[in-house]
Design a protein around this ligand. Structure first.
Ligand SMILES: Cc1ncc(C[n+]2csc(CCOP(=O)(O)OP(=O)(O)O)c2C)c(N)n1
Ligand code: SF4
Ligand SMILES: [Mg+2]
Length: 276
């Protein structure tokens, strides 16, 4: 018999942007109509990382910075599972940054939602690599620069309608096997770095811009850079394409023979060297 648990109550401060991300994820899971038992939400370490307790799906709290390799393994073991990796900017863009670049490159079909608040919220507000006023990283630009990427979007925790649409679009992209759906959410920390007022002034909504074509990588890159130069932050569906023919072909352990006789023979030979 399987024991089930009700979703936990969020432990975030009142007003934390992560509530908006949780609402968008719950709404998107209802919209794509996938049963909770076919969904695995993984999370990194941080205030953001507790989101996987609250959704009523399978959950996994990964080691700090290691949510992407863990999610990649889960998706490879069962490509039918709806896999959603989540986490903070500290988890994903500092200790986990190496994994982000290689996940962009490998383009596995799962969703990654990063809650960016410019700081390490859980450990009381140290600078993360996206903190304004420090030499900071823009992971949207980084994703656009890796030619295998197929889905890049950015939302804002307070713009619920757009965030719901982007979350549904990300899940649909990954569930259709079109690759890695990367969604960064600007998700302010009201306690240590309240960026709501500042970000609201800086946002530029590409979804309502008729001149913008999200299928053109070069234009997307150019537009993101020019907006950055103007002190603006692009939000919306920034880039979406089909996987390239040169996409990395990942081995699939769920369909591979894990016990081929030749490997066993090699292994025995190896062991024998240590016995003699
Ligand atoms: C290996 C390891 N190093 C450091 C920590 C301490 N730590 C806990 S949360 C965190 C960063 C959280 O920041 P972020 O991912 O941005 O999430 P937020 O709390 O801002 O949502 C750190 C460094 C840890 N738990 N494990
Ligand atoms: S400390 Fe900041 S990130 Fe953490 S729950 Fe509170 S508002 Fe959210
Ligand atoms: Mg953070």
């Amino acid at each position: 018999m399987t024991e089930t648990y009700p979703p936990a109550t969020p432990i975030w401060c009142a007003g934390c942007g992560h509530f908006g991300v949780q609402a968008a994820l719950s709404g998107a899971l209802r919209d794509v109509d996938v049963p909770a038992e076919e969904v695995l939400v993984l999370a990194g370490i941080g205030c953001s990382g507790t989101v996987q307790n609250n959704l009523g799906t399978y959950g996994y709290h990964a080691l700090h910075g290691r949510v992407l390799p863990t999610a990649t393994g889960a998706w490879m073991a069962d490509p039918e599972l709806t896999v959603i990796a989540t986490g903070g900017d500290g988890d994903g863009y500092a200790i986990g940054m190496g994994h982000l670049i290689h996940t962009f490159r490998r383009n596995p079909s799962f969703t990654y939602v990063v809650m960016n608040n410019g700081i390490y919220g859980l450990t009381k507000g140290q600078d993360s690599p996206t903190r304004e006023g420090t030499p900071n990283i823009d992971s949207v630009l980084l994703g656009l620069s890796v030619l295998e990427t197929t889905f890049i979007a950015r939302g804002f925790a307070r713009w619920a309608d757009q965030l719901n649409r982007l979350t549904v679009a990300a899940l649909a992209h990954a569930r259709a096997g079109r690759g890695f759906a990367f969604l960064e959410v600007l998700s302010p920390c009201v306690t240590y770095n309240d960026t709501y007022p500042q970000w609201e002034k800086q946002l530029h909504d590409l979804d309502t811009d008729d001149t913008y074509d999200p299928s053109n990588r070069a234009n997307a890159f150019g537009r993101a850079i020019s907006l950055q130069d103007e002190g603006r932050i692009p939000v919306g569906l920034i880039f979406r394409s089909e996987p390239s023919a040169a996409a990395v072909d990942l081995p699939n352990p769920s369909t591979a023979d894990l016990h081929p006789a030749s490997q066993l023979a090699d292994y025995r030979q190896l062991l024998h060297r240590y016995q003699t």
